[in-house]
Write a new protein. Structure first.
Length: 167
């Protein structure tokens, strides 16, 4: 038994542009962004770099060392603890507990905002290990206020670390 398409091929294209056949990319290294074709090398430069494993605090001993020997700064939404690092660049650890929000969606939103701020300021940060803890009011705050407050805290932390190393 053979199946016949319900629509003739030409009709599908006229009625639904999404049904039109697409041309294959010229090479596997091409990436599509918003309808335009961009080479893979250009795409890497257009997107922010990822949050690599080398930029993270992973082990519980690393977190406890930062908590034990670090300096604290805080505002109504975040507490930042920073200690001199041993890695070649600044590293970030996140602690967003269920006290901040029972919703995993809200906790992950906060973590994404903190990671993005860390990525933006990564070049300006000295070699330091930072743990960011969200406070319970953070889940009710909007993204703009949270991003501004974490940016301010990270910049203040970087300045104080640079000042303490130069003396």
């Amino acid at each position: 038994m053979a199946f016949a398409p319900g629509w003739r091929p030409g009709m599908a294209v006229r009625c639904c542009p999404a049904g039109a056949p697409r041309a294959a990319p010229a090479s596997l290294s091409e990436v599509r962004f918003a309808g335009t074709t961009v080479r893979h090398d250009d795409a890497r430069q257009a997107r922010p770099q990822g949050f690599t494993r080398a930029q993270r605090l992973l082990a519980p001993t690393e977190f406890s060392r930062v908590f034990r020997s670090g300096r604290r700064r805080s505002n109504p939404w975040f507490t930042v603890v920073a200690a001199p690092g041993s890695a070649p660049s600044a590293r970030l650890g996140l602690a967003v507990s269920r006290k901040v929000s029972r919703s995993a969606v809200q906790r992950n939103r906060i973590k994404r905002l903190v990671r993005e701020s860390f990525r933006k300021l990564g070049a300006e940060l000295p070699i330091v290990d930072i743990v960011v803890m969200a406070r319970p009011g953070a889940a009710e705050c909007d993204n703009l206020h949270l991003a501004n407050s974490i940016d301010t805290l990270l910049i203040r932390t970087a300045r104080s670390c640079e000042a303490s190393r130069s003396t």
